[in-house]
Design a protein around this ligand. Structure first.
Ligand code: FE
Length: 215
């Protein structure tokens, strides 16, 4: 499996705080059958910045550590980019990293509402030939209230990624049911872990896939 959303890089955001914890996360990922993982530290969410250069150095450091320890996980570069009005300028300034240097770019919505400028932003990203991927839409208040709002984002050119822990019920029954509902409506394109640590919020990707398959 490939995990496209994780906070495995140490000391950059509210994910792993130390290199040893990142290594532990990598070991668990490998045990679960994950062979490649895109590191997506928070960017521009009001707390963390993590421009591209910072992420690339941290990815290099972690990959070297994993190679030294013989852990067969390849860590790839990315960011979880909060949607904000300066995003296109940051793209021009090369401060943003798409997922593993592809045309896919991971976007995080605010927790409550969908910003009014989002349709325009999605359009401009498509003009730049980028493919926006909306991270955990099931945790956005507007979408939880009205899943048709996710349909609109997809019609405007976005894809969507739900989180394994939401599928598995860690964030409550309501969010879990919403995940099943979004899948039934074909509004989901990726499942990823959004892993933050080696304990409560690790990966559990296989469990989520099994549950979805059964449903
Ligand atoms: Fe995340």
């Amino acid at each position: 499996m490939v995990d496209i959303h994780s906070h495995i890089l140490p000391g950059l955001d509210d994910g792993s705080q130390q290199l040893a914890e990142s290594v532990r996360m990598a070991e668990i990922a490998v045990q679960e059958g994950i062979r490649a993982m895109i590191a997506t530290p928070h960017h521009a969410d009001g707390r963390y910045v993590n421009p591209s250069g910072t992420v690339l150095s941290a990815v290099d450091l972690l990959n070297r550590e994993l190679a030294d320890k013989g852990i067969p996980l390849k860590v790839l570069c990315g960011q979880e980019i909060r949607v904000h009005s300066g995003l296109l300028r940051e793209w021009d300034e090369n401060a943003l990293l798409p997922l593993n240097r592809t045309r896919y770019i991971l976007l995080e919505l605010p927790f409550a509402q969908i910003p009014s400028f989002l349709p325009d932003l999605l359009h401009e990203l498509r003009v730049l030939r980028l493919i926006p991927v909306i991270a955990h839409p099931e945790r956005n208040g507007d979408i939880a209230e009205n899943p048709d709002k996710l349909l609109s984002l997809i019609e405007w050119g976005a894809l969507s990624q739900i989180t394994s822990h939401s599928v598995n019920g860690l964030f409550g029954r309501k969010i879990q049911r919403l995940c099943f509902d979004l899948c039934r409506r074909n509004l989901v394109h990726f499942v990823a872990s959004d892993a933050h640590d080696s304990a409560r919020r690790a990966f559990h990707l296989s469990k989520a896939y099994d549950l979805l398959r059964r449903k």
